[in-house]
Design a protein around this ligand. Structure first.
Ligand code: MG
Length: 267
């Protein structure tokens, strides 16, 4: 009987522990020194070069929207019906031959709708004419809830840090493989996203955002848990803030990256 009581208490303790919200990293205990981390961090501190992501050849595939999808862009409707710039004004991105193209200096484009959990299909194309290298070549990005970037980059024979190439969750998760097509060829992302749930404060995930990505039909992110919003410099955990449904955002990184066939299913 005594063993049974001890076992029951252990299970109860385990259950309560399991139910606790996640703790984000904090400053060292007991210290009164002024915290300088991460203020003095530099970009290379979070850029991982080796080992390089394995290169594979994706198969041909297309993905047309199912009947319950919200069509965000199919090249036929006025772009300003579903999209706007970050200030709520008409976008300066252009639609040419049914394709949405980023215009350098115009800023992001974002949906008027706001989303929580979703399945997203989006197709993109880096410029056929190769200009620049590394992060300066065919760079854009798909920001889930405006905060969590899945990188769009011409990563075909274009070396950069592994957690900065196409299909990465920027500086958090490199893709499992490099499934890029050549610049100038259409590529697709199929993304399954679970939004975070928050604890009662404003800086702690109760459950973190979770992301699965297929790149040209190949699994490159397998239900990964994000540490926090995308940051160029510093540690994501330090910039977590409570949020609700947010827009889908496409990045203007100065390159004329094109998009087509964008649809979403709310989950
Ligand atoms: Mg980008």
């Amino acid at each position: 009987m005594k063993k049974l009581i001890i076992l029951s208490l252990s299970l109860l303790t385990g259950a309560f522990t399991f139910g606790q919200p996640q703790q984000r990293p904090g400053p060292p205990a007991g210290g009164t020194q002024k915290q300088e981390f991460p203020a003095r961090m530099t970009p290379p501190m979070t850029e991982i070069m080796e080992p390089e992501v394995k290169v594979i050849q994706p198969g041909d595939q297309t993905a047309m929207p199912p009947s319950d999808a919200i069509i965000l862009f199919d090249g036929t409707a006025d772009i300003n019906l579903e999209w706007q710039d970050s200030r709520g004004n008409p976008t300066k991105w252009i639609v040419q031959d049914g394709v949405l193209v980023c215009v350098k200096g115009s800023g992001v484009i974002q949906t008027k709708r706001r989303f929580n959990d979703f399945q997203l299909h989006i197709e993109w194309k880096a410029p056929a004419e190769v200009i620049g290298d590394g992060q300066g070549r065919g760079n854009s990005g798909v920001y889930l809830q405006g905060l969590y970037e899945i990188q769009v980059l011409d990563s075909y024979n274009n070396k950069t840090y592994r957690n900065g190439q196409a299909g990465k969750l920027y500086k958090q998760y490199a893709p499992l493989v490099n499934a890029n097509r050549k610049p100038g060829e259409w590529q697709s992302y199929d993304i399954i996203y679970t939004a975070p749930r928050f604890a009662n404060d404003t800086t702690t995930y109760f459950t973190p955002p979770r992301v699965t990505v297929l790149h040209n039909g190949v699994l490159i992110q397998n239900n990964v848990s994000l540490r926090g919003p995308t940051l160029y410099i510093g540690m994501p955990e330090y910039s977590v803030k409570k949020h609700g449904a947010e827009p889908l955002v496409l990045q203007d990184h100065g390159n004329p990256v094109a998009y087509r066939n964008i649809w979403i299913r709310e989950l």
